[in-house]
Write a protein that binds this ligand. Structure first.
Ligand code: DP6
Length: 343
């Protein structure tokens, strides 16, 4: 099946006339056990399962309307049709047009600190799928929404949910068994700290780096075995609220992902001197008895993992850290002040 066939299979005969507009919010997410490698590039099917934490009210608020031409508006500004973000969104919308004439205006407010290396595409595609579901009144189940979001960007399938989320790799060729589901566990004291060490464009995008790793890293098979183990153990640590194990596993998984990049050919190295300096600072704090761990994605920035009781130490040790409490009850909408106050 290609992407269009998956969409047609899921939507079936649900396509009735759209309403005025569709509106939705989706949170961004950070993987604790990473998705790094595809078995199918067209459908974004992963080699392994993965596990993430959604970032509560940090994400994308999207509005979708029918219009006379395709338009993408991001944080109040129209994005050029040549922009890669616009092109990716429009190619995705192509999968859902009822006829050749149908055009959309996609308006997104994002309060994700993009510079901090938090994948904005995950929240963006998840919010877009939820907004399509609202516009066309499909009333799809979360599992189906997760599959549709995956077609936009793999990690977007996890952004359909809040809290801890597991993405089942699945094994079916058409990917109908590759979707995310929330874990029931709630960990109210858990905090995520975003550290922006660099906001310069990356030398290689994550999609290309992922592909190169699968094709050339001699560590890749070892990585897939480790992920299987890490995902299972992380679920236990979450269930038992064993923070030391949770932090150790998350950190080790992120470092192993970067090891696969280092052993790709040519190698991929996202780290900058400040990355290494920060890692040493985190380890020094741990030596002093402070429970803080980190995870990293395809970039030089660092995400801290700590508990509420450690917050004061974190704030005084890491200047400019942006604190997120994934389980604290908040209004699940994007606050425009947050958008304006982004670094
Ligand atoms: C390192 O989901 O952005 O953040 O499926 O090609 O769109 P595509 O990739 P994407 O990759 C995310 C990679 C990661 C790890 C993760 O989020 O699991």
């Amino acid at each position: 099946m290609n992407r269009q066939e998956v969409v047609t299979h899921i939507i079936g005969d649900r396509n009735i006339s759209p309403r005025d507009k569709g509106v939705a919010f989706a949170p961004s997410n950070i993987a604790l056990c990473k998705y790094w490698g595809k078995r199918d590039e067209e459908l974004n099917l992963p080699v392994t399962s993965s596990l993430s934490i959604s970032l509560k009210n940090y994400g994308a608020q999207t509005e979708l309307q029918l219009s006379d031409e395709d338009r993408v508006v991001l944080n109040g500004k129209r994005v050029s049709p040549d922009d890669s973000f616009t092109q990716r969104a429009i190619r995705f919308l192509d999968l859902f047009r009822l006829d050749e004439q149908m055009r959309f205006t996609l308006t997104t407010q994002s309060n994700i600190p993009i510079a901090a290396g938090v994948a904005s595409s995950a929240a963006g595609f998840a919010a877009l799928v939820l907004a399509l579901n609202d516009l066309f009144q499909w009333d799809l189940a979360s599992k189906e929404l997760s599959i549709l979001a995956r077609l936009g960007s793999g990690s977007a399938c996890r952004s359909i949910y809040s809290g801890f989320v597991q993405w089942h790799a699945g094994c079916a060729k058409d990917g109908m068994d590759s979707y995310a589901e929330p874990l029931e566990s709630v960990w109210s004291g858990l905090q995520v700290g975003l550290l922006t060490l660099s906001d310069r464009p990356k030398s290689i995008g994550s999609r290309a780096a992922m592909k190169r790793t699968v094709q050339t890293s001699v560590f890749y098979d070892i990585w897939t075995a480790k992920v299987k183990d890490d995902c299972a153990q992380l679920q236990n640590a979450i269930h038992q609220k064993d923070f030391e194990r949770f932090g150790t596993l998350s950190e080790s998984n992120a470092l192993a992902m970067h090891a696969t990049m280092l052993t790709a050919c040519p190698p991929v190295l996202y780290w900058i001197p400040q990355t290494l300096e920060t890692i040493h600072r985190i380890w020094a704090l741990r030596e002093q008895g402070v429970d803080v761990y980190f995870t990293m994605d395809a970039g030089p920035n660092i995400k801290l993992l700590y508990l509420k009781e450690t917050e004061q130490t974190i704030v005084s040790s890491f200047q400019g850290v942006q604190r997120i409490a994934p389980f604290t009850p908040t209004d699940n909408t994007v606050n425009i002040e947050d958008v304006e106050n982004l670094p």
